[in-house]
Design a protein around this ligand. Structure first.
Ligand code: COA
Length: 374
C-alpha cells in the first residue's frame, strides 16, 4: 500500500471553507447563512433562502421582487426536455432518473452561459422538470408554470393543476428551507468537485442529482413512509424494528455521519408535519415509533448513537402536504439545488482542483502475457 493515512469515507476531513451552513454534530445545531435552521425555515420564502446563500445576506423588498421574478422567468422547459421526461415517465423510470435527464439539458435554450445565470436557471427549472415528469407519469397533461406564483406555490400548482392553499405552500416551504444546505454532504461535495475542474454549474448539479439518489443520502424518505404505514397497520413497532435489525437491515431515517444527537431538522419538520395530519392517530404512531426505534437502535449498536435523521419527518411532512411518495427524493433535490449552486459558485470564487489520493492495494511488477498465452 502507498504511504499515508487511509480515511475511508473522508470522515472528519475538511476540504473546503464555506459561509453557507455550519453543523455542530455533537450539540445538534445547524446554522444556515448565519440563521438557526428553525428561524429560517419558519420565516423565509424559498427565494429568500436562495438569495441568502447566493449573496450572504437577506434581500430588501425590491431585491426580493427582482430575484423572484427573475427566477420565475426561467421556469419553462422546451419541447425536447418534455419529450425526454415523457419517455422517462412511460418507462416508469424513477423520478430521480427523470430529474437527472432534465437537469442535464437545463442550459438548452437558456441563452446566457455564465455560472450565475446557470445557477439561477437550474434552481428555477427543477420544479418544472419534476412536475412535468409527474404529470406524464399519472397520465395528465403538464401544467405550464405561472410566473405570478412564488416558487413553492408554483411547484405545487404544476404538480396538481390547482392553486394550492397557503398552509400547504408554507408546509412545503418549511421543508425547502430546512434542507437547502447542509455542509459538505455527499452530493454537495460532488457538485464542488465537478466545478473544481472548471467544468460548469449544470454539469455539477447533474452529477449531484445522481449522488443524492442513493438511500444512504436522499433516497430514504420513500422507504420511511412505507415503514411508517406498515408499523401503523401492524401496531407492533417493536416487532418491526427487531425483525429488520435481526435481518441485518438498516432502519431508514436513523443514523447520521455527522450528528451524534437527534438531527435538528427533525424537530423543525416534526412541528410542521404535526399541523397537517387530520389523522392524529397516524401521527401519534409516527412519534411513538421514533421513541421505540431509537431505544432499540441503542440496544443494537451501543455507543454508536443512532438518532433520528432528517428523512424520518421529511416523509411525514411531505406526505401531509400531499406530495406523492415517488417524488420525495426529487423534492429534496428541488430544495438542495439552492445549496449545490451556492457551493459551486463559492468554489469557483476561490478554486483549487479537488483531487485526493487513493491507497493502491494491487500488485506491482507484473509482466505482460500475450493474449494467446493466457
Ligand atoms: N440502522 C441500523 N444500523 C445502522 C444504521 C441504521 N439506520 N445506521 C448505521 N448503522 C450501523 C451500521 O450498520 C454500522 O454497523 P457496523 O459497524 O456493525 O457495520 C454502524 O452503525 C456504523 O454505521 P456507518 O455505516 O459507519 O455509519 P455512516 O456514518 O457511514 O452512515 C448513514 C451514516 C446515514 C449512511 C447510516 O446511518 C444509514 O445508512 N442510515 C440509514 C439510511 C438513512 O436514513 N439515510 C438518510 C441519511 S440523512
Amino acid at each position: 500500500m502507498s504511504e499515508g493515512e487511509l480515511n475511508r469515507g473522508l470522515e472528519g476531513i475538511r476540504v473546503a471553507e464555506t459561509r453557507l451552513s455550519d453543523i455542530d454534530g455533537e450539540a445538534g445545531v445547524l446554522t444556515i447563512g448565519g440563521y438557526p435552521v428553525a428561524e429560517l425555515a419558519r420565516n423565509a420564502t424559498y427565494e429568500e433562502s436562495v438569495f441568502l446563500l447566493f449573496e450572504d445576506r437577506l434581500p430588501t423588498a425590491s431585491e426580493l421582487e427582482e430575484f423572484r421574478s427573475d427566477l420565475a422567468g426561467r421556469r419553462a422547459v422546451g419541447e425536447e426536455v418534455r419529450a425526454v421526461l415523457k419517455r422517462a415517465a412511460e418507462e416508469e423510470k424513477p423520478a430521480m432518473d427523470a430529474l437527472r435527464m432534465g437537469a442535464a439539458a437545463a442550459n438548452l435554450g437558456a441563452g446566457e452561459e455564465d455560472p450565475e445565470a446557470d445557477a439561477r436557471r437550474v434552481v428555477a427549472v427543477f420544479p418544472t422538470i419534476v412536475a412535468t415528469y409527474w404529470r406524464y407519469r399519472v397520465g395528465e397533461t403538464p401544467v405550464e408554470p405561472r410566473e405570478d406564483l412564488r416558487h413553492a406555490a408554483n411547484y405545487l400548482y404544476m404538480l396538481t393543476g390547482e392553486v394550492p392553499d397557503e398552509a400547504a405552500v408554507q408546509g412545503l416551504e418549511t421543508y425547502l428551507n430546512t434542507v437547502i444546505d447542509h455542509g459538505l454532504n455527499a452530493s454537495t461535495f460532488t457538485a464542488r468537485t465537478v466545478v473544481s475542474t472548471e467544468s460548469d454549474v449544470v454539469s455539477a448539479v447533474t452529477a449531484a442529482v445522481g449522488t443524492l439518489k442513493g438511500p444512504l443520502h436522499g433516497g430514504a424518505p420513500g422507504p420511511v413512509l412505507d415503514m411508517l404505514r406498515a408499523v401503523h397497520q401492524s401496531g407492533d413497532p417493536e416487532g418491526y424494528v427487531r425483525e429488520k435489525l435481526a435481518a441485518g437491515e438498516r432502519l431508514m431515517g436513523f443514523g447520521h455521519r455527522v450528528y451524534r444527537v437527534r438531527d435538528p431538522r427533525a424537530a423543525v419538520l416534526e412541528a410542521a408535519a404535526s399541523e397537517f395530519y387530520g389523522d392524529a392517530e397516524f401521527f401519534e404512531s409516527i412519534t411513538s415509533f421514533e421513541d421505540v426505534a431509537v431505544d432499540l437502535l441503542a440496544e443494537h449498536k451501543p455507543g454508536r448513537e443512532l438518532e433520528t435523521n432528517v428523512e424520518f419527518y421529511t416523509a411525514a411532512l411531505l406526505d401531509g402536504v400531499g406530495v406523492p411518495k415517488e417524488l420525495f427524493t426529487a423534492c429534496f433535490a428541488v430544495s438542495r439545488v439552492g445549496g449545490w449552486t451556492a457551493h459551486a459558485l463559492e468554489q469557483l470564487d476561490d478554486n483549487r482542483l479537488i483531487r485526493p489520493l487513493s491507497a493502491y492495494v494491487g500488485d506491482h511488477d507484473r509482466s505482460w502475457t500475450p493474449v494467446d498465452e493466457r
